[in-house]
Design a protein around this ligand. Structure first.
Ligand code: ZN
Length: 444
């Protein structure tokens, strides 16, 4: 009996007087694991619980927050503010991340996508890379600025939003539309870049800071032909007309663009290796994503349809004109039986200048930690919420200072999404240092 009681007594004496304080890194990891376990798959994209989770941590630290329900009871955005302690007219620095994630099919994952499991030096889970690790990095930055009473000559904001994975409608776009005066930042730090190993250079680590993104142009091609009996082939078969058109478009050689950011990348990095990522950021691209044809449900095999259609996910370099691109596509097809319809196009995307004090601080801080690495502004091939801020004239950069390989980058939206644990924890310190250097540099 005594033997069983004794450990409890010892625990009471030592456990209560000397509570084991997790280190800053452990604390961050605990928060990230809890965050990953909140399923924010979009659709349906419920973010109220995750917003409340972040809010409770911030409030415990004495940091002011406002929760905005953009779809009451389901979708929410959270804004946290550390107010300037020194009078100044500088606009805020905004740390932006989205709380929603793309869905995960548990049957295709090697482990529970919402289990936040640690294995082989990685933290696994949907959202680990895209982009809950960013969110916790931002959270820990605010917490540390607050705990260490760092003098601030501008507000530092954390904004956690809904709906990025479906275009931002009730997330970043909604906040900008309805509450921009509460944000009005000079700079936004968002997702978009990592320390890339083996992707932009064969031998150097490249810290990619995204400053621009490609423009979406979704097209639908419809071929008109003549319906008929499958027993008697005809030339005017809508499927064959469409296939011939697609063949002409997809075999058209792409031409490398001459965007200023691409020139800057070449200057800093050298010759880029050839892979799907570098091809995607250097030229306009077309992916054939859907094909549909056939008469009846299920479609009859012995009927030649009179209509056949396909959709193309086209991504244009930031300074390219969609009208010109469509015109080129039309002349490449050169067939009046094909109709081209614009299903969706994103509005023009601005680039952020890399000639800013914040970019210089990012570069200097990263170089201090990784003297051999290259830091470069980059274009990214997919869309982020940064575009919404750039459109408002805000300078937005995408970057998490964690070194990752193409395998890890490829796990985004895939069924093996994971982040290197050590890299994440080191990244928190580096990110904090970036913000601190940026702020202290300007404090009188
Ligand atoms: Zn994302």
């Amino acid at each position: 009996m005594m033997k069983r009681v004794l450990p409890c007594v010892i625990m009471l004496i030592y456990g209560s007087t000397l509570p084991a304080q997790p280190s800053f890194e452990e604390e961050a990891l605990q928060y990230l694991r809890k965050y990953l376990r909140i399923d924010t798959s979009n659709p349906p994209g419920h973010t109220l619980e995750s917003a409340r989770f972040l809010k409770s941590i911030l409030e415990r630290e004495g940091i002011a927050t406002t929760l905005y329900e953009s779809a009451p009871g389901s979708k929410a955005n959270l804004l946290a503010r550390l107010s300037a302690t020194v009078a100044s007219d500088k606009k805020p620095l905004l740390l932006l991340h989205h709380m929603d994630v793309v869905p995960a099919d548990p049957a295709r994952w090697p482990l529970d996508p919402f289990g936040a499991i640690l294995r082989d030096g990685y933290l696994w889970g949907r959202g680990a890379m895209d982009m809950k690790a960013h969110g916790i990095t931002h959270l820990m930055t605010l917490i540390r600025l607050k705990r260490e009473n760092v003098p601030l000559d501008r507000d530092v904001l954390l904004l956690a939003v809904a709906d990025e994975e479906i275009g931002g409608g009730l997330g970043a776009a909604w906040m900008i539309e309805n509450h921009f005066s509460q944000l009005d930042p000079e700079y936004v730090l968002d997702e978009g870049g990592f320390g890339l190993q083996g992707l932009l250079s064969t031998d150097k680590i490249v810290f990619a800071v995204s400053v621009a993104e490609k423009r979406l142009l979704w097209l639908k091609l419809t071929a008109q032909g003549t319906a008929g009996h499958g027993s008697q082939p005809i030339e005017d078969n809508a499927n064959q007309i469409l296939m011939a058109a697609l063949d002409r478009i997809l075999s058209r050689p792409g031409s490398v663009g001459d965007h200023p950011v691409l020139r800057e990348m070449s200057r800093r990095i050298g010759v880029l290796p050839d892979n799907k990522f570098t091809r995607a950021i250097r030229q306009n691209t077309i992916s054939l994503t859907t094909l549909s044809a056939g008469v009846g449900n299920p479609p009859k095999i012995n009927v030649i349809p009179s209509v056949s259609s396909a959709t193309l996910d086209c991504r244009l370099l930031p300074d390219e004109s969609p009208e010109e691109f469509i015109q080129q596509t039309r002349s490449t097809i050169n067939d009046p039986r094909i109709e081209i319809e614009v299903v969706y196009q994103s509005v023009s995307t601005e680039s952020s200048s890399s000639e800013t004090p914040l970019f210089r601080v990012i570069e200097a801080t990263l170089k201090k930690h990784y003297p051999q690495a290259v830091v470069s502004p980059v274009i990214i091939p997919y869309g982020t919420d940064s575009a919404q801020f750039r459109r408002r004239g805000v300078t937005a950069y995408g970057m998490l200072p964690v070194i990752v390989t193409p395998d890890i980058i490829g796990s985004l939206h895939g069924d093996r999404e994971r982040i290197p644990l050590e890299g994440f924890q080191r990244g928190i310190h580096i990110f904090y240092e970036i913000v601190l250097n940026f702020l202290e540099k300007e404090v009188p």
